[in-house]
Write a protein that binds this ligand. Structure first.
Ligand SMILES: Cc1cc2nc3c(=O)[nH]c(=O)nc-3n(C[C@H](O)[C@H](O)[C@H](O)COP(=O)(O)O)c2cc1C
Length: 343
């Protein structure tokens, strides 16, 4: 575990990563779409929720172990899927897989990983891996699904919030062209529909997670289409600008699905208290995106592992301070949510 005195929270990792990376790579990781309103709102909304601590309780060592679709994880924080990890560290996805396994949590592997899904399974050494899917064609998706079934992955995570390529203005200004510099609509079209979800449901027995749904309407449809979990996300503010933050959208999705599906959330999680807030609003676990890129940039697998362990430490601390013995007995009474949110 990296424990330098100048790396005591995730924002320290952020600053260190910015110093370490070329500007165009930094902007690619840090940026959001258009005016970056959703990007900022993701943080602002977490910061606007206040905690209502309960004292005079014996919380012992707070319980933070949980499960995601049956896979045991040692804390309710996992690695969100994100492509181009080798841009910030040569070992890229392989390093992240080792770090997630070491922290005892899920890594959602980006479909675009340059390391093979089988090699990532070896790197994770039995740690739980899920595959993120951008659905471009049934042939390609089926090939990927068969590969990860073989490699022992535990679930599929279909990204739903990218009907067309992300267009981030920072990347445009820097001339940072991804996907081999090809910017044609056809090569960047990921249009996935409910029909494809049904097709995928019939194709495999692996659990299916839909990432990027943010409304009660879509949550109801997800239940009807027989998926296993919803991953509320704004894609870190990288796709559609001017949406609610993920944490604001979470309660409506949790309400819509009740106990039927697991719900996860990401976008803007930077502190143990953010994790606690999301769990108190009904999330089973939370994902981190940019923070693991910062960890990678600072120290490869060790950096990602240390970043995750910081979140574990902070979560345990804030649970102790708020009188919470277990993440399994949290509820919204722990929170003060501003009426109207005030943005
Ligand atoms: C550099 C980068 C690449 C990403 N690539 C993908 C991707 O390929 N597929 C996907 O579903 N989400 C992708 N995401 C979004 C993340 O899964 C996640 O939703 C987001 O980063 C969470 O917000 P946070 O960065 O504030 O933690 C990417 C995010 C970043 C920062």
């Amino acid at each position: 575990v990296i424990s330098r005195r100048d790396l005591i929270n995730l924002f320290d990792y952020e600053r260190a990563a910015q110093r370490a990376l070329p500007k165009h790579v930094w902007d690619f990781v840090a940026g959001g779409s258009m005016d970056e309103v959703t990007l900022r709102r993701n943080r602002a909304a977490f910061e606007a929720i206040a905690l209502r601590p309960r004292y005079l309780r014996d919380v012992g060592v707070p319980e933070v172990k949980t499960t995601m679709l049956g896979a045991e994880i040692t804390m309710p924080v996992f690695i969100s899927p994100a492509g181009l990890q080798t841009q910030v560290h040569p070992e890229g996805e392989l390093a992240t897989a080792r770090a997630a396994a070491r922290s005892g949590t899920v890594m959602v592997v980006p479909s675009s990983s340059p390391a093979s899904y089988a090699d990532l399974a070896i790197a994770a050494g039995g740690g739980p891996l899920w595959l993120q899917l951008y659905h471009r064609s049934r042939e390609e998706t089926e090939r990927r699904v068969r590969e990860v079934e073989e490699a022992g992955y535990k679930a599929l995570c279909v990204t739903c919030d990218v009907p067309t390529a992300s267009f981030k203005e920072r990347d445009a200004r820097n001339g940072f062209a991804i996907f081999g510099g090809v910017r044609t609509p056809a090569s960047l079209s990921f249009l996935v529909t409910w029909e494809d979800v049904d097709w995928l449901r019939d194709l495999t027995t692996l659990p299916i997670v839909l990432k990027g749904l943010n409304t009660a309407e879509d949550a109801h449809l997800a239940v009807e289409h027989g998926v296993d979990a919803i991953f509320v996300s704004t894609h870190g503010g990288r796709l559609l600008d001017m949406t609610l933050s993920s944490i604001e959208s979470l309660p409506a999705v949790v309400d819509a699905v009740g106990e039927r599906l697991e719900v996860y959330v990401d976008s803007g999680v930077r502190r143990g208290s953010d994790v606690l807030k999301a769990l108190a609003l009904g999330a089973q676990a939370v994902g981190v995106g940019r923070p693991f890129f910062w960890g990678l940039a600072v120290g490869g697998a060790a950096g990602v592992h240390s970043m995750l362990e910081l979140l574990r430490t902070e979560l345990t601390l804030v649970m102790t301070y708020t009188g919470q013995a277990s993440i399994h007995s949290l509820d919204a009474g722990l929170l003060h949510i501003p009426s109207g949110w005030g943005f």
